[in-house]
Design a binder for this molecule. Sequence first.
Ligand SMILES: Cc1cc2nc3c(=O)[nH]c(=O)nc-3n(C[C@H](O)[C@H](O)[C@H](O)COP(=O)(O)O)c2cc1C
Length: 200
Amino acid sequence: MHVTVEPTILYFGNPVVLISSMNPDGTVNLAPMSSAWAVGWNVMLGLGKSGQTFENIERTRECVLNLPSEKLWREVERLAPLTGRNPVPAHKEAYGARFEPRKFETADLHTLESLHVAPPRVLECPLQIEARVSAVHDLGDGATSAAVEVRVIHVHAEEDLVTPDRRHVLPEQWHPLIYNFRHYFGLGSELGRTFRARAP
Ligand SMILES: Cc1cc2nc3c(=O)[nH]c(=O)nc-3n(C[C@H](O)[C@H](O)[C@H](O)COP(=O)(O)O)c2cc1C
């Protein structure tokens, strides 16, 4: 039997992405998000407009999408109460967020230079996607959030995650971190594959 519900959040289980972006003063911001999906080499990012990440990527038109594995959930959670925005917006202050300009150090993560964009990659993340903004769409009535469309420029993967020809990510080797109604999960074991799957 189903009942009608009014959930306060609808994060129904997406992979976590750590977005690195450049602050106006040339320092780097890093923030977790999970409202992301890909079609081909285009990725759509659902972002609150009051965050420093949105401000940075709307201004600079570039970012890196770093995908943490499930092993990194504690590092991700260290970033969760932080914002690169100063002063801290009132609604973030209300849930205990604080300004932190040195997010890599605070989360114990390390930078790796990118090839095509200014923001660095996150060394510890097995998949890193350099991207440029192609469009920004307002979301919802109050337009307090936006869907930021980015075009992938370059994909970096740890070598043991990919086939020798580097054309496929090996699903059995990749363990995304899933944000499931604000709880962190890994994936269970494989159930099957679609008829178009090509990785061995
Ligand atoms: C696992 C996780 C997933 C999140 N997903 C999103 C998201 O999809 N979109 C968003 O705008 N904020 C999301 N947040 C909240 C941002 O990380 C938070 O607003 C943060 O303060 C943004 O930092 P910034 O202001 O430096 O950009 C998420 C937080 C966590 C911990």
